[in-house]
Design a protein around this ligand. Structure first.
Ligand code: HEC
Ligand code: HEC
Length: 236
């Protein structure tokens, strides 16, 4: 059902989006995006796949939009929207969503549950990493509160389970590519395969109820260099 919607909605909304490229009514123009990303960029309740956008760093969002346009990230609906958009327009979209109050859809409480033991494994990976597999803690880059780091690291709070699993898979398979050095390609490749789902369920259960913003640029030092952050910030 959702997959079918995913094909229909762009068809209906694309015309309005293209038409709206001239007038100054930016909010109306982005109404097309609300169907999948929420009216306020908070994501859509009940949709197992669409990520929220509100309050993510503008630099991050801009890179993703360019990535869809240039094929460094693959998504049929997203490719439709950004195909003919120039950088200035994408930058404006990125700044619009980044400036919204950070919100996620309410946390998943439904079907997917973790046993106490799996939950501990996931939480441990997120907060402390797995030195045996050379996996750094997710929080070392995404922040102790998982709210992200300006300008290039998004929050990990409240993302849908299937979305996280798909993104980790896309990095492992080389379908999603960040700016080099692509630290997430490296991290994703090191997460033990059996633990990916547990991490995704665990993250989906953390919603951004407190409206946390990404930490200011340079406020902590990531353990690896990422192309989307100033390299000098990396400890090694
Ligand atoms: C039909 C549903 C749909 C519509 C409408 C839609 N998107 Fe998306 N969007 C998606 C999907 C699905 C993804 C995740 C793609 C993937 O698997 O990598 C996504 C991802 C994104 C991302 C990356 C988010 C992140 O955290 O990495 C941005 C930014 C984005 N969309 C912006 C927009 C904007 C702006 C619009 C309106 C012009 C829009 N989207 C309309 C489905 C949609
Ligand atoms: C060395 C720093 C670093 C570490 C450690 C790290 N990340 Fe990331 N992560 C990033 C960066 C940078 C991005 C943005 C990538 C891009 O621009 O393509 C990102 C993006 C993501 C995204 C995409 C979010 C979205 O909205 O699409 C997910 C999911 C993710 N990371 C999960 C994890 C998990 C799970 C861990 C821990 C196992 C982790 N990350 C550890 C730096 C890191």
């Amino acid at each position: 059902m959702l997959r079918r919607l995913a094909l229909l909605i762009p068809l209906l909304a694309l015309a309005a989006f293209a038409r709206a490229q001239e007038p100054d009514d930016f909010g109306t123009r982005l109404a097309a995006c609300a169907a999948c990303h929420g009216k306020h960029g908070e994501g859509v309740r009940g949709a197992e796949y669409y990520p929220h956008l509100a309050g993510k760093p503008a630099g991050y969002l801009f890179e993703q939009l360019k990535g869809f346009r240039e094929g460094r990230r693959v998504s049929t609906p997203m490719a439709w929207y950004v195909r003919f958009a120039d950088d200035a327009f994408l930058q404006r979209i990125a700044e619009y969503y980044a400036a919204l109050p950070p919100r996620t859809r309410s946390a998943d409480t439904g079907a997917a549950q973790l046993t106490e033991e799996r939950r501990r494994v996931a939480q441990n990976l997120v907060e402390h990493g797995d030195p045996a597999h050379d996996v750094p803690a997710c929080s070392a880059c995404h922040g102790a509160n998982l709210a992200g780091l300006e300008p290039g690291v998004p929050a990990l709070l409240g993302l849908p389970i299937d979305y996280v699993i798909a993104q980790v898979g896309a990095w492992r398979e080389g379908v999603r590519n960040g700016a080099p050095p692509d630290c997430m390609h490296d991290v994703a490749g090191r997460i033990p395969a059996d633990d990916i789902r547990a991490i995704a369920v665990y993250l989906s259960q953390q919603s951004n109820v407190d409206g946390l913003r990404p930490a200011p640029a340079g406020s902590f030092v990531p353990p690896k260099a990422c192309g989307s952050l100033p390299h000098a910030e990396a400890a090694k």
